[in-house]
Design a protein around this ligand. Structure first.
Ligand code: 5GP
Ligand code: ZN
Length: 116
């Protein structure tokens, strides 16, 4: 696994920093966002370090995005939301604050669920 010593999400992927695991396989790790905007807010990351979409090799991106439907379905099953937002922020101007590419899965529960 390629990782960056200074990267928070690399440390989460290896378990060096604890997180609430949602899903894991050989290529990706998914865990609950520490500042959940709604119940079940999950982040999916590749185990290989890449800063954002511009610096992610296509084979890594393919595996990362390929897992989205499966993890979305697991979240739907667990949290029973009535909708789901999928987001990927790239660069600070777009709201990226952790520079290891990640996909947000944000379950939605209707008006007043706290997001948007
Ligand atoms: P971004 O703003 O880069 O798109 O998303 C980064 C996300 O990482 C934020 O939603 C933030 O709450 C989450 N986050 C930051 N630090 C931690 C952490 O230590 N653990 C977990 N589980 N999530 C984190
Ligand atoms: Zn990283």
């Amino acid at each position: 696994m390629n990782s960056s010593n200074d990267c928070l999400f690399c440390k989460i992927a290896t378990g060096e920093i604890p997180s609430a695991k949602v899903y894991e396989d050989e290529d990706v790790y998914a865990f609950l966002d520490i500042g959940q905007v709604t119940k079940g807010h999950t982040l999916i990351i590749p185990k290989t370090h890449a800063k954002n979409i511009y610096e992610t090799p296509s084979d890594i991106a393919e595996k990362l995005f390929n897992r989205v439907p499966k993890i979305a379905s697991a979240i739907k099953e667990t949290y029973k939301p009535i909708g789901l937002n999928i987001l990927n922020n790239n660069e600070e101007a777009a709201g990226q604050s952790v520079f290891h590419i990640h996909i947000h899965l944000i379950p939605r529960y209707g008006k007043g669920d706290g997001f948007g």
